[in-house]
Design a protein around this ligand. Structure first.
Ligand code: ZN
Length: 446
């Protein structure tokens, strides 16, 4: 691959080990890797002029349900709490299939790319009408984002006292079998890998204790990560106490769901002991502030988690509970929410951006990403700070306070995904039109 030089950026927020910030600096990219960061660099390859721009590592999204971009702002789910929201949406999701999964993933990933995201995980836990994890992986390959899809699952349907309709649950043996299939087919452990698969039963209230335990055994046997929803709101805690006789942290620990190869979404209701458990075991958290606000779940104790040493990244969560998928906006929301809870000095813009970049890479066990530093993968977001939202800013590098919410350019593995504010890897207007058509068909069928 030829070289690329990002030249003369106003600011580079490297997020390296000393959190260095450079002015008027360059980044040299070779073969998908950052080969140099400094001043007055030269290349015979392509030059991207970055005067008037702030450059950051690409943002890392640690929790999403891409398929939900097909069901944004559904009237019956706009004002419901988590369990009621789920019960409104399950019958709609049950009508989706492979095409809906593919197109909604394209939309969700392109939307993330425009907001500076270079790596995204996805939590797909329902496979109606022949849909497969492979549908979303195909979409990620086309859009060009680094992708960590997780094979989710639900196995306890309504007739067994669970929340989802029986048509959306699977047999546990079949779930484990398909986990093995998608890992063997797609999981790539290499440095710079573009696809890493995880194992991810939907939540403790939609699968059995046995499946949680078997999933952990399988993931460790295969050397892949584990992911699920945990301690999202008060209903979740009550359910855990009533059904399992313990809090979610205890349940997770008992079943092998703590460790550096595990990350949990939300964790809004973790108590002090659970935060300590997560810190000691290196268990990661995907913080999803907009979704937590939208569903009224509460404010996650992010300050306490960070201070205790819990690895924390950000997630936009699914687009049925956000309903946007803008990761840089999510970082701003994370900063604001900690200030609501703990005061104006509780979280700086730079710390929130660090969580969104380096923090997310750490949660996903990607030390090769999340920093602008020599030897790291060339995942870079270039933000134009000449626009109206930054006009008059005394510190354009504090990009979450007065910065754009769309990138000018985005490179993943050194390849351009966004150029001059437009996604260049797929025909986005065509993808949006296809999504709207499919969503309209779903709406008609209800
Ligand atoms: Zn979620």
């Amino acid at each position: 691959m030829p070289e690329t030089l990002i030249r003369n950026a106003d600011h580079i927020l490297t997020m390296n080990d000393t959190r260095e910030e450079l002015r008027g600096a360059d980044i040299l990219i070779r073969d998908g890797v950052i080969a140099g960061v400094g001043h007055d660099m030269a290349t015979t390859g392509e030059v991207i002029e970055a005067g008037g721009c702030v450059v950051t590592p690409g943002l890392v999204n640690t929790h999403h349900h891409l398929y939900q971009s097909m069901t944004r702002a559904v009237p019956g789910g706009q004002d419901a709490l988590l369990f009621g929201w789920l019960q409104t949406l399950y019958p709609i999701w049950a009508r989706m299939g492979p095409e809906e999964m593919f197109v909604s993933a394209q939309v969700g990933l392109a939307e993330l790319a425009l907001s500076g995201c270079t790596t995204s995980s996805d939590h797909l836990y329902l496979f109606p009408n022949g849909a497969r994890l492979d549908d979303t992986i195909a979409a990620a390959r086309e859009v060009g984002l680094r992708f960590h899809p997780t094979r989710g699952a639900m196995s306890i349907g309504e007739s067994d006292g669970g929340l989802p309709p029986d048509s959306l649950v699977e047999k546990e043996a079949a779930i484990l079998e398909d986990c093995i299939r998608v890992i063997d087919t797609h999981h790539d452990v290499s440095d710079g890998s573009m696809v890493r698969v995880g194992v991810a039963p939907c939540s403790p209230f939609s699968v059995s204790r046995e499946l949680m335990r078997d999933a952990a055994v399988l993931a460790r046997d295969k050397g892949v990560m584990l992911h699920t929803h945990l301690a999202e709101n008060d209903e979740d805690i009550t359910y855990s106490k009533e059904m399992f006789g313990c809090r979610p942290g205890q349940y997770a620990e008992d079943l092998g769901w703590t460790g550096e190869d595990v990350w949990h979404a939300h964790c809004v209701k973790l108590d002090g002991k659970e935060i300590d458990l997560f810190a000691r075991s290196g268990t990661g958290v995907a913080h999803c502030p907009c979704s937590n606000c939208r569903l009224g779940s509460g404010i996650a104790p992010l300050r306490e988690m960070r201070d205790a040493g819990v690895p924390v990244g950000l997630g936009v969560d699914g687009s049925a509970s956000n309903d946007a998928g803008n990761l840089v906006a999510e970082a701003r929301q994370a900063m604001l929410l900690q200030r609501v809870a703990n005061g104006a000095d509780a979280m700086s813009a730079r710390e929130a951006l660090e969580i969104a970049t380096r923090g997310g890479a750490e949660v996903l066990n990607r030390p090769d990403c999340g920093q602008v530093a020599v030897g790291k993968r060339a995942d870079v977001a270039i933000w134009d700070v000449n626009g109206i939202e930054s006009a008059g800013s005394w510190d354009p590098a504090a990009i979450l306070l007065a910065g754009p919410t769309r990138v000018r350019d985005l490179l993943v593995e050194g390849r351009r995904v966004v150029q001059d504010g437009r996604v260049v890897t797929v025909d986005l207007p065509g993808v949006i039109a296809r999504q709207n058509k499919l969503a309209a068909r779903l709406a008609e069928s209800i």
